[in-house]
Design a protein around this ligand. Structure first.
Ligand code: F3S
Length: 291
């Protein structure tokens, strides 16, 4: 039986860079904090926590830690901004409070921040296509110098009316579905608005989704490895399910209860952008040895 691993499975460039940054900083012996989990993968976060990395979950917590003066309290130290980035205000709060900031925002996300900052500064209206709850989108919104709106669905695009006489700049969440983005852009253009589109969808995501679809279409079973809260892993699961009924979503090898028909010839494996190689290899080895 053949096992096929999707070529782009696992850590993307930006996530790998951010995780490597945390490990490098641990070596310095300083107290290390990350603003939010560095990746949407509980296994990785647990491993880092065990090595003394603290996760700050909110601005209130950031404020409280910054002002903490009581003996025994954790003092402010080095803070790492994850690949998703943060709003400008959060970064400024860190600066004001004297944190040593290490910015591991993915350069592709940084590019969006710079674009919206510039365009909104020139008076343009900004429209972000993506999920309003996603930290990356919230970060992008937070770098605008003027009015900004977020929309996520085709229906919202159909109803959308930008302020009159304003030029509109449209950007996308890096992990947004490419075809859906194109559809939304078409709708906006048809309305005759003065729109300029910056396609900010990351190629890593697009490639991973396409390759996953290709493998899943021929597989007897598909294993998707990813964090519970990872939206890109959930998307991979959805893609696989459409073409392969026998699809498993797992966080770690312990979750896998693989059942294969005797006639099975191909098992495909894919993984979200926050899944470390070690986990992928474990799953691969398990299938190889047991089936
Ligand atoms: Fe960056 Fe693309 Fe990953 S934007 S964080 S390389 S999915």
């Amino acid at each position: 039986m053949e096992i096929r691993l999707v070529a782009g499975a696992g850590f993307c460039f930006g996530v790998k860079r951010a995780v490597d940054t945390v490990y490098e900083q641990i070596q310095t012996g300083k107290t290390i904090y990350t603003y939010g989990s560095i990746v949407n993968n509980e296994v990785v976060v647990k491993e880092l926590t065990e090595q003394g990395v603290h996760v700050i979950e909110s601005r209130e917590e950031l404020e409280r830690l910054s002002d903490s003066k009581n003996p025994g309290d954790i003092a402010a130290g080095t803070i790492i901004i994850r690949a998703h980035g943060v709003p400008r205000e959060v970064q400024q709060q860190m600066e004001r409070k004297g944190w040593e900031i290490i910015d591991a925002t993915c350069p592709f996300v940084k590019r969006i921040h710079r674009a919206v900052e510039k365009k909104s500064g020139e008076g343009e209206h900004i429209l972000v296509v993506g999920s309003p709850e996603h930290p990356e989108v919230q970060g992008t919104v937070g770098w605008c110098n003027g009015p900004v709106e977020v929309l996520e669905t085709v229906e919202e695009a159909e109803k959308y009316m930008p302020p009159e006489g304003k030029k509109l700049t449209v950007v996308a969440q890096t992990t947004f579905n490419y075809n859906k983005f194109q559809h939304i852009v078409e709708i906006l253009k048809k309305k005759g608005y003065n729109v300029s589109i910056v396609n900010t969808i990351c190629k890593a995501t697009e490639d991973r989704q396409r390759e996953t679809q290709e493998v899943a279409a021929n597989a007897d079973a598909m294993i998707v490895i990813g964090g519970k809260h990872s939206s890109n892993a959930a998307k991979l699961y959805e893609i696989c399910r459409e073409v392969c009924d026998n699809t498993y979503f797992i966080q770690t090898l312990d979750d896998l209860h693989l059942e294969l028909p005797k006639s099975a010839r191909l098992v495909g494996i894919t993984a979200g952008a926050s899944t470390p190689n070690k986990l992928i290899e474990e799953v691969q080895n398990y299938v190889r040895i047991n089936f």
